[in-house]
Design a protein around this ligand. Structure first.
Ligand SMILES: Nc1ncnc2c1ncn2[C@@H]1O[C@H](COP(=O)(O)OP(=O)(O)OP(=O)(O)O)[C@@H](O)[C@H]1O
Ligand SMILES: [Mg+2]
Length: 1079
């Protein structure tokens, strides 16, 4: 929740002078001092801010403070310049009212600082963004540049503004700054050539000499030593707390930010250097033959350097310092200048050069900071103008400055009254006339077009004939004698004849802020502000572009014989414009007060402040503000602040705030004439009423505080008690729970024990009973079984004897057979015909059945096996079967042949190209083709021969050539002889007398003996159409070799060469084949 505060909270003295009781000058000063002593440098008079210069930095301008005052109502917080800046900015942004901030006060009172604080506050709270920030930065950075060229150290202020400044900051509809326009007023240019004791020239000269690099100084033909320059006073060249060198860098940087080109900066510095050089030009008199004195330049070095800097021809300038040409009615008259006139000309040139440079700077800055858009802008003007000046010796400048302040005072009165009046009208309150001093009469004395002082001064300046300051004073004495604010010894007003405080060459004006004595000397000259045409023309001839620009009247093509407007006239015009401008805006006032003359903190010189309070018209300001009603406040905050004073409005008023305030005021013992109800505000006539309200509020707050404290304490104790109670319940509950849990656990375990014992006992008892019952049941069953058995046996005994034996036998046999077959089903062996397994016979009497079943099963599975065969496979097996019939158990070689398949054609003669010829010689299908050894009977050795068997014949051919050696038709074959051994010998026995038998029988040995013999046996029979071909199996047989019969005998014995069969001829009639012993 936002805490609503008020200016009235924690006030030191009173924050608003309107509330001062009693109101008089002493109480006013005492309040200011009191607040100043407590570092409260700001005090309000209504919406006007009085600012007392603290002369030290206070921690009240921090970003936090900016945030604190941002968007807060004016009277919400203690008085601050930020409150005023915020109010002005918000009415500009939100209500579209152009604002002006008028900062007044005497030199050193803090006007410039205040203007910078306002600008920096506005910069901090307004919009952000790259472009906006650039504008802000340029606006802020224009200050150091103008301060360097327009400020100087004076006895009153180390950084005194020697020009008036009015800056319009322009904003768009969102409140973002767009740019600005600066107007400058009357630079105190006399300072360029002469400074009062203890004061300095403008800062820029010292900054340039201290801060510029050696190189820059060399280019500008300058020396770092201040004492080398006549225009620089030496007595306070160095100022405590002012670092000229650093400031020079700051200024250069600021110029860059503002947008000055490097060449422009250089030109500006050249002009500054030229002014310094100009000051060093000195003149000496030279007598002429006509007896008059003529001036001559003493040392031309400085003139030369200056001319080089500005690009002016030396001779032209030299001449301009010696002669003056006056043009009148097409006539040119040249007169020589004496030394004094030459110095006058030199100083006039320096002053003009500098002041025009300053004006150019302002124009140049304006060019940079001017708003880019052409849309309508909202404007906030900040006026930092020289304050009222009363010196011992007051001259034309003070007159002009004080005139400006008079005008400001007038506008202040006008606007304040107007605002006051407008507020009354706005609020519907009756307007009561306010008595106040209107300084219009003084303004009229000065600016009246017919007989005003300025008009008369101009008249004097323009009048032909000798014009001096005395003639001017005489004129004043005649014309203004009767004016009640004009005082002069020689006036026709006899009142002042004996006034010794009024010297003869002076006149005195009773300004609104006090009487000021002006010395007439210099008025005419300064008003004329004469620069000899020769000099302006010399400057125009310069090659330096900036100089040329600054002296346009030097252009011979535009010679203007009319006198230029006087300084007074110009100033009056610009002040007039300014006033018009200000009148269109909503004014906000900051009235700066200087607490002491020593620039010291913590010192409050009452006389000095009293003087300022008087001439600033602050008391009048308060009176005007209080004339009707001293205090006013919007209904809502007023009700919020005082609602506790009435039971009906406390703590909440549900209705319009105005009615709430009316109820509240009616309830209070305050006379009805003490307040009035406006449309949005309540107006309180006397501060004492407000203080009464405040006091009641304070008491009420105390009571309320006590009440709140009481209620709070009660509430706190009660809450604590309730909390304790609640805690106690929780603790008790937990404890009870815990205790009950424990108890329960104990009971539960005891119960479990008891229960287990009981259950055990019951179970045992039950078990015993059950056991007993079971035994009884068994006994009964047994008894009944026996009894039934006895009964049945007794009953059936007669039938049983006759049939029971056979029936039982049948039954048992049946059961046994059933069991046997079912058992066989699960133990039946595999379907492989060579599986020898067969379950064992269970009962002896089943022997026959068992063997028969085995045979049947074997046959059946063989049948199954055979049924899978293809025709070729079947033929192969038939051959195998035949082989088995022939050889099984007859020849030892047989078993090893069983597993070897009968391939038939081992040579693949049809595919092998080597046997192509042989193949074609045999016209039948080859049933067997193999290489065999034909045994030679002479030595028993074998010769390899191809053995071919077809359906019709046996063909023998050479193994290498395939040439047919012999062909035996199968019918010629009578028998085949083989041994019983495991050898591969066989003899083909041929039919005696057949063609094949001529050469005798054949004896071969082959690795595929079984296959060859089987095939021969098979096809030999078919071919010869006989039953079968004989196969003799014996270890001794006869073989017919041609005419001889040779016995082939097979013996078992250890072979001599390995494991192979060997054949040896033993004699003519015997061939012995030794076969390895079979294991
Ligand atoms: N609010 C402030 N806080 C701290 N110091 C301040 C404040 N205001 C002014 N000063 C000090 O007072 C000096 C003079 O202030 P400033 O230059 O603003 O006076 P001025 O009214 O502009 O005078 P002049 O009319 O001569 O230009 C400043 O240089 C600064 O040291
Ligand atoms: Mg200033």
């Amino acid at each position: 929740m936002e805490v609503k505060t008020s200016l009235l909270d924690n006030m030191i003295g009173v924050g608003d002078m309107v509330l001062l009781e009693p109101l008089n000058e002493d109480s006013f000063l005492e309040n200011l001092r009191n607040r100043f002593d407590h570092n409260e440098i700001y005090t309000y008079i209504g919406s006007v801010v009085i600012s007392v210069n603290p002369y030290r930095s206070l921690p009240i301008y921090t970003p936090d403070k900016v945030e604190e005052y941002r968007n807060r109502n004016f009277y919400e917080l203690s008085p601050h310049i930020y409150a005023l800046a915020d109010e002005a900015y918000r009415s500009l942004r939100d209500q579209d009212k152009d604002q002006c901030i008028l900062i007044t006060g005497e030199s050193g009172a803090g006007k410039t600082e205040a203007s910078k604080l306002v600008m920096s506050y506005v910069a901090a709270v307004c919009g952000k963004g790259q472009e906006v920030n650039k504008v802000k930065e340029q606006l802020l950075q224009s200050n150091p540049v103008l301060e360097a060229f327009g400020n100087a150290k004076t006895v009153r202020n180390d950084n005194s503004s020697r020009f008036g400044k009015y800056m319009d900051i322009e904003f768009d509809f969102k409140g973002d700054p767009l740019g600005g326009v600066i107007s400058n007023y009357l630079l105190e240019k006399s300072r360029v050539v002469k400074q009062p004791r203890g004061e300095r020239n403008f800062h820029v000269f010292y900054q340039l000499l201290s801060g510029a690099s050696d190189d820059t100084l060399k280019k500008l033909k300058l020396d770092r030593d201040f004492s080398k320059y006549n225009y620089l006073s030496l007595d306070s060249a160095v100022v405590n707390g002012l670092d000229d060198a650093t400031n020079f860098r700051t200024v250069r940087n600021a110029m860059q930010i503002v947008g000055f080109m490097e060449a422009e900066v250089q030109s500006v510095l050249e002009l500054v250097a030229a002014v310094l050089k100009l000051g060093n030009i000195e003149f000496k008199p030279e007598s002429r033959c006509n007896g008059t004195d003529e001036s001559r330049i003493k040392d031309k070095n400085d003139l030369k350097e200056m001319c080089e800097l500005l690009g002016v021809e030396q001779s032209v300038l030299e001449r301009a310092f010696s002669y003056r040409t006056v043009e009148a009615k097409m006539e040119k008259v040249s007169t020589t200048l004496n030394v004094a006139q030459a110095y006058y000309a030199r100083d006039a040139l320096a002053k003009n050069l500098y002041s025009r440079l300053f004006s150019w700077l302002v124009t140049r800055i304006n060019e940079s900071i001017k708003a880019q858009t052409k849309t309508r802008h909202k404007v906030m003007g900040v006026l930092d103008i020289y304050g009222f000046e009363i010196f011992e010796d007051n001259s034309f400048e003070q007159f002009i400055i004080n005139y400006c302040n008079e005008k400001l005072q007038q506008i202040f009165i006008e606007l304040t009254l107007r605002e006051e009046q407008e507020e009354y009208v706005r609020e519907g309150i009756e307007w009561t006339n306010i008595e106040y001093f209107n300084n219009a009469i003084i303004c009229d004395l000065i600016e009246n077009n017919q007989n005003g002082i300025l008009a008369m001064l101009d008249e004097e300046c323009l009048r032909p004939g000798t014009v001096t300051d005395e003639t001017f004073l005489d004129k004043l004495n005649t014309i203004c004698a009767e004016h009640q604010h004009f005082e002069s010894r020689l006036s026709k007003n006899s009142k002042f004849l004996n006034d010794h405080s009024l010297p003869h060459n002076c006149f005195r004006i009773q300004h609104y802020a006090g009487k000021v004595l002006y010395r007439a000397e210099g008025f005419v000259d300064k008003n004329n502000d004469l620069l000899y045409r020769d000099l302006s023309q010399a400057m125009y001839k310069a090659t330096h572009s900036l100089i040329k620009q600054l002296f346009p009247e030097g252009n011979p093509a535009k010679v203007n014989l009319k006198r230029p407007p006087t300084a007074g006239f110009q100033f009056k015009a610009s002040v007039g414009t300014l006033m018009k401008n200000l009148q269109t805006k909503n004014p906000n006032y900051i009235r700066c007060v200087k607490p002491n003359d020593k620039k010291a903190s913590h010192i409050f010189t009452e006389s000095l402040v009293r003087h300022q309070v008087r001439y600033l018209g602050l008391m009048e300001n308060v009176r005007v503000r209080r004339a009707g009603y001293a205090f006013r406040q919007i209904y809502e905050p007023c009700l919020e602040r005082y609602k506790m004073l009435c039971k009906r409005t406390w703590p909440h008023w549900r209705g319009p705030a105005r009615e709430g305030v009316e109820v509240l005021m009616a309830d209070l013992p305050v006379p009805a004439e003490e307040f009035s109800f406006g449309r949005s505000k309540i107006f309180i006539r006397n501060p004492r009423t407000l203080f009464f309200l405040e006091e009641r509020r304070r008491q009420c707050l105390q009571d309320l505080a006590t009440l709140i404290q009481k209620i709070y304490r009660g509430w706190k104790c009660r809450s604590q008690f309730l909390l304790l109670k609640k805690s106690q319940i929780v603790v008790a509950a937990w404890y009870r729970r815990y205790a009950q849990q424990k108890k329960y656990q104990r009971i539960k375990s005891a119960t479990t024990v008891v229960q287990s014992y009981t259950r055990g006992w019951q179970a045992r008892k039950l078990l015993r009973e059950l056991k007993y019952q079971k035994r009884c049941e068994e006994a009964v069953t047994t008894i009944s079984a026996y009894w039934h058995g006895t009964q049945v046996r007794r009953e059936y005994r007669k039938f049983f004897r006759a049939n029971a034996g056979k029936k039982i036998y049948d039954f048992i046999i049946q059961r046994i057979m059933q069991k046997y077959f079912l058992g066989l089903k699960s133990t039946v062996p595999s379907m492989s015909p060579i599986d020898e397994n067969w379950p064992a016979r269970p009962y002896l009497f089943l022997d026959g059945v068992h063997t028969e079943l085995r045979r049947m099963f074997h046959l059946w599975r063989c049948k199954k096996y055979r049924s899978q065969f293809t025709e070729e496979k079947k033929a192969v097996y038939e051959e195998k079967l035949e082989a088995s019939e022939i050889f099984k158990d007859k020849k030892a070689l047989y078993p090893s042949s069983v597993s070897q398949p009968f391939k038939g054609d081992y040579l693949e003669i049809s595919k092998n190209p080597k046997y192509q010829k042989l193949n074609s010689a045999v016209d039948e299908k080859v049933l067997l083709a193999d290489v065999v050894n034909k045994i030679n009977r002479a030595n028993g050795k074998g010769t390899a021969r191809i053995f071919l068997l077809t359906k019709k014949s046996v063909v023998l051919a050479d193994q290498k050539t395939g040439q047919v050696k012999a062909s035996v038709p199968l019918p010629d074959l009578t028998s085949v002889s083989v041994s019983t051994q495991s050898d591969g010998f066989f003899a083909l026995r041929l039919k005696e007398g057949s063609a094949s038998a001529v050469k005798g029988d054949f004896l071969f040995s082959s690795e595929h003996l079984i296959e060859i013999i089987t095939k021969l046996h098979r096809f030999g029979a078919t071919a010869a159409d006989r039953e079968q071909l004989n196969v003799d199996i014996s270890d001794e047989f006869l073989v017919q070799f041609k005419q001889d019969k040779v016995c082939v005998k097979f013996v078992q014995g250890a072979p001599k060469n390995g494991n192979s069969v060997s054949c040896k001829r033993k004699n003519n009639r015997l061939l012995e084949v030794s076969v390895p012993t079979t294991a």
